[in-house]
Ligand binder design. Structure first.
Ligand code: PRX
Length: 692
C-alpha cells in the first residue's frame, strides 16, 4: 500500500508543472465527483513501472528540455536513425510569422537519408530480419499472410526496381489507389526508396476525385488492384481507375501505366476491364525484378508524399510532407504514445488512404521495428466480434482505432467483446474526432477490462504526427481529454483577436513554433498554405479546431470551427459536397451543415433548392445523393436532403449556416436573431418542410 500511495502521489503532480491535482486522492478513495474534468483514471502501478515515461515528473523534464533546447532534443533522437550525411550545423530553421515574410519550416536541412532504408534495412541490420513486419488479415476469416522484415524488403526492392525500369525518377509523383493489401505498404515504401513522391488516394474515393488528384500532381503511373472485398461486397476498383484515367487524359495528364495487382480473392483476371498497352498485371512483372535495390539518398527536406485533404473551399488541398522531420517525428510519437516495446503486436484499424495509415500503419511503426497487423476487411464482418477475434488471433497488444468504431461496436452489446480473451491488450488508442466520455469508458472498461490506458491522440493530416496525446504510463487520464502536448509542441488557445489566453479557458487552438512532422506547403500553392493556416492568427499555425483547457491544464478538443464536417473521423468540406450537389442539373443552390450523429459523430445534412419548374421527389433525392457519391465517394453522401424553396441569407447574400444548423438539429427555439435576413419568411418555410 505505501508503494501504491507513492504511485498515487507521483501521479498527482501536474505534468504542466502547475502544482498538484488536488482532487486525485478523492478519486482514489472512490468518491463520486461531479464533472467530467474531475474524472481521473490512473494507469496501474504495474503499467507505469514498465512504461517509457512513467510519471508526470519525467514527462515534464523531457517536455521542458524539448521546448528549451529543441535542437539538442531532436538531434539526439534523430541520431538513432541512419543519415548518409548529417545536417550541418543547424537542426532547424523556421518562420511561422506571415508578417515576417514567407512561412517556411526546415528540419535537418542538408542531411541526406532515406525513410524506406530506415524502416527496413536498418532494422534488418540490427538483427530483426526474421521478425514479422506485417501480419495481413484478409476480409474473409482464415485468409491471412505474413511478411518478415527481410521478406518485406525484398518485395519493396522488386517494386522499386520495376518502377525505376519504367522510368519513375526521384521527385516524380506516383498515385496509389489500393485497399488495405500488403501491396499498399509495399508501394509506399518502394516509392520512398527511389525518392518518388507517393500520393495515396483512399480507395473509397470516386473516379472524379481520383482524377482530380491525378491531374493535380500530373502523375504518369497509377498503382491499383482489380477489385476489393469489403464485407460481403466486391468492388471493382479497376473500373473506377479506368474512368479516372480517361478523365485525366482529357485534361492533358496522359497516365501511361496502370500497374494492377490481381486481388484473386475478389475478382478474376478475365473479369477485369483492361486496356492493352497501358495496363500491366503486377504479378506478371514485379516478381521478375531483383530483390535488392540501391537506395536513393534524398535531402531531409525532399518531399516524401502528398496527401489530399478537405478544406473550406471546394478544391482539396495537397498536403506535402518531407522526409527527415516526418521520419523522426512519426517514429518518436509512435514510440511514446503507445509505449512501444519490441515484443508488442500493434494494430491500427485506419486505412493508408488517410494520414493515420501513413504515419501509424506504415512509417511510425516500421521505423520502430514493430510488428503491424494490416486488416483488409470490415470490422463488423462476418460479425461484430471480428476485431476481438483478430486481437486474440495475433495477440495484439496495442490497438488503435476511431471513436466511431467504438460507438458502433458499443451499440452491438458487450457480448461480442467479452466472448474473446483480449488479455494481450496493453494500450488502446483513439483518433479522428473527440471521443465522448461514455464511449471512452466503454472502450476502457469493456474492451480493455479497466486495465489498458487509452491514448486519445489529437493531430491532423497537416501535423504529420501526434500533437496532443496522453503518454500512457505518465499521468492520470480524463475520459474525453487528449491531455497534454507531445514533446516539442507548444499549443496555445487564442481568442477571436488572436490573443493568447491563459489558464482555464476556451478558444481557438493554435501552435506556436514548428515541429519536425509539420507539413511544409500545399502542393503548388504556397499562398493558400499561408492564407489558410498562418494568416488567421498571425504568428501561429491555426489548426481549425476549437479547444478548452481545464483548471488542471488538460486540453479538451471541441471540434472544427471552420466549414469542415467530421463524419466518422473523415474530414469533409461543406463546399465540396455543395459543389457536387449543384452539379446536378435540377439543383439551383445547396447549403450543407453537419449535425450530431450517435455513431458517426457528425452526419451530413443538405438543404437543396431546385431549379424553377422542378418539384421535389424521391427520385430527385436519390439522384442528388448519387451525384455526391459519384463526385466525392460514398462516405460523403448526405444522410438527409432537406428541400429548401429558399435559403436564409443576409442582405449581402451570405447564407446563414448558424440558422441552418439549428433547423437541422431541431433546435427551433434557439434560432436566435433572424431579423437581419433578407427574407425572414424563409425560416418558417424551411421549418414547415422539415419532415418532407
Ligand atoms: O478536428 C480534429 C479531428 O480531426 C481533424 C483532423 O482530421 P484529419 O486531418 O483527417 O486527420 C485525422 C487523423 C489525425 C482535427 O482537426 N481530430 C483528430 N483527432 C482527434 C480530433 N479531434 C479530437 N480528438 C482527437 N483525438
Amino acid at each position: 500500500p505505501s508503494d501504491h500511495l507513492r504511485h498515487v502521489e507521483s501521479m498527482a503532480q501536474l505534468p504542466s508543472g502547475a502544482g498538484k491535482i488536488s482532487h486525485l486522492n478523492a478519486v482514489i478513495l472512490g468518491q463520486t465527483l461531479a464533472s467530467e474534468e474531475n474524472d481521473l483514471v490512473l494507469p496501474s502501478q504495474d503499467f507505469s513501472r514498465q512504461a517509457l515515461v512513467s510519471s508526470p515528473e519525467q514527462y515534464r523534464k523531457m517536455y521542458e528540455r524539448s521546448i528549451q533546447d529543441p535542437a539538442g532534443f531532436w538531434s539526439e533522437i534523430a541520431s538513432q536513425f541512419y543519415w548518409k550525411e548529417k545536417w550541418d550545423p543547424e537542426v532547424y530553421s523556421e518562420n511561422i510569422d506571415v508578417r515576417k515574410g514567407t512561412v517556411k519550416f526546415e528540419w535537418f536541412k542538408g542531411a541526406s537519408t532515406n525513410i524506406s532504408y530506415n524502416a527496413l534495412d536498418r532494422n534488418i541490420e540490427a538483427g530483426n530480419g526474421g521478425k514479422v513486419a506485417i501480419y495481413w488479415e484478409g476480409n474473409e476469416p482464415g485468409d491471412d499472410e505474413r511478411l518478415t522484415y527481410a521478406e518485406l524488403l525484398e518485395k519493396v526492392c522488386q517494386l522499386a526496381n520495376y518502377l525505376k525500369h519504367v522510368g519513375v525518377r526521384k521527385g516524380d509523383a506516383v498515385v496509389i489507389y489500393l485497399p488495405m493489401l500488403m501491396e499498399l505498404l509495399i508501394s509506399m515504401l518502394a516509392c520512398a526508396r527511389i525518392g518518388a513522391v507517393h500520393s495515396v488516394v483512399f480507395a473509397g474515393f470516386s473516379a472524379e476525385s481520383l482524377a482530380q488528384r491525378i491531374i493535380d500532381c500530373k502523375t504518369k503511373v497509377v498503382i491499383t488492384c482489380n477489385a476489393v472485398r469489403r464485407g460481403p461486397k466486391a468492388i471493382h476498383l479497376k473500373g473506377i481507375v479506368d474512368s479516372a484515367i480517361s478523365e485525366s487524359v482529357k485534361s492533358g495528364v496522359p497516365v501511361g501505366l496502370c500497374l494492377t495487382f490481381e486481388n484473386q480473392s475478389a475478382m478474376k483476371r478475365e473479369d477485369t476491364k483492361w486496356q492493352e498497352g497501358r495496363d500491366v498485371w503486377w504479378q506478371d512483372v514485379v516478381p521478375q525484378f531483383p530483390t535488392k535495390c540501391a537506395v536513393e539518398w534524398v535531402d531531409a527536406e525532399d518531399p516524401l508524399f502528398l496527401l489530399y485533404t478537405s478544406g473550406s473551399t471546394g478544391k482539396p488541398k495537397g498536403v506535402l510532407h518531407t522526409t527527415g522531420g516526418y521520419m523522426v517525428y512519426t517514429a518518436t510519437t509512435f514510440k511514446y504514445a503507445f509505449d512501444h516495446k519490441p515484443s508488442d503486436i500493434y494494430w491500427c484499424t485506419a486505412d493508408c488512404g488517410w494520414i493515420t495509415g501513413h504515419s501509424y500503419v506504415t512509417y511510425g511503426p516500421l521505423l520502430n521495428g514493430a510488428t503491424v497487423v494490416v486488416f483488409e476487411g470490415a470490422p463488423n464482418y462476418p460479425n461484430s466480434g471480428r476485431c476481438w477475434d483478430i486481437v486474440d488471433k495475433y495477440k495484439v497488444t496495442l490497438f488503435y482505432t476511431a471513436p466511431t468504431l467504438v460507438r458502433s461496436l458499443m451499440r452491438e452489446g458487450d457480448e461480442y467483446v467479452t466472448r474473446y480473451h483480449r488479455k494481450s491488450l496493453r494500450v488502446l488508442g483513439s483518433v479522428g474526432e473527440p471521443i465522448n466520455p461514455s464511449a471512452w469508458r466503454w472502450f476502457y472498461n469493456v474492451v480493455g477490462d479497466s486495465r489498458c490506458p487509452i491514448s486519445d491522440t489529437w493531430w491532423q493530416t497537416e501535423t504529420g504526427g501526434f500533437m496532443i496525446t496522453p503518454l500512457p504510463g505518465a499521468w492520470p487520464q480524463k475520459p474525453g481529454s487528449a491531455t497534454f502536448p507531445f514533446f516539442g509542441v507548444q499549443p496555445v488557445i487564442v481568442d477571436e483577436k488572436g490573443n493568447e489566453i491563459e489558464g482555464e479557458c476556451s478558444g481557438y487552438l493554435c501552435i506556436k513554433k514548428s515541429w519536425p512532422g509539420a507539413f511544409r506547403t500545399l502542393y503548388g500553392d504556397h499562398e493558400r498554405y499561408q492564407t489558410t493556416y498562418f494568416k488567421p492568427f498571425a504568428g501561429y499555425y491555426f489548426t481549425g479546431d476549437g479547444c478548452s483547457r481545464d483548471k488542471d491544464g488538460y486540453f479538451w478538443l471541441t471540434g472544427r470551427v471552420d466549414d469542415v464536417i467530421n463524419v466518422s473521423g473523415h474530414r469533409i468540406g461543406t463546399a465540396e459536397v455543395e459543389s457536387a450537389l449543384v452539379s446536378h442539373p435540377h439543383c439551383a443552390e445547396a447549403a450543407v451543415v453537419g449535425v450530431e450523429h450517435e455513431i458517426k459523430g457528425q452526419s451530413i445534412y443538405a438543404f437543396v433548392s431546385l431549379v424553377e419548374g422542378v418539384s421535389y421527389s424521391e427520385g430527385i433525392r436519390k439522384s442528388l445523393i448519387l451525384a455526391v457519391r459519384n463526385q466525392i465517394g460514398a462516405f460523403a453522401a448526405p444522410d438527409k436532403i432537406h428541400w429548401a424553396p429558399g435559403l436564409p441569407k443576409t442582405r449581402s447574400g451570405k447564407i446563414m449556416r448558424r440558422i441552418l444548423r439549428k433547423i437541422a438539429s431541431g433546435q427551433l427555439d434557439e434560432l436566435g436573431d433572424t431579423s437581419t435576413l433578407a427574407d425572414p419568411n424563409v425560416v418558417d418555410q424551411l421549418i414547415a418542410l422539415s419532415d418532407c
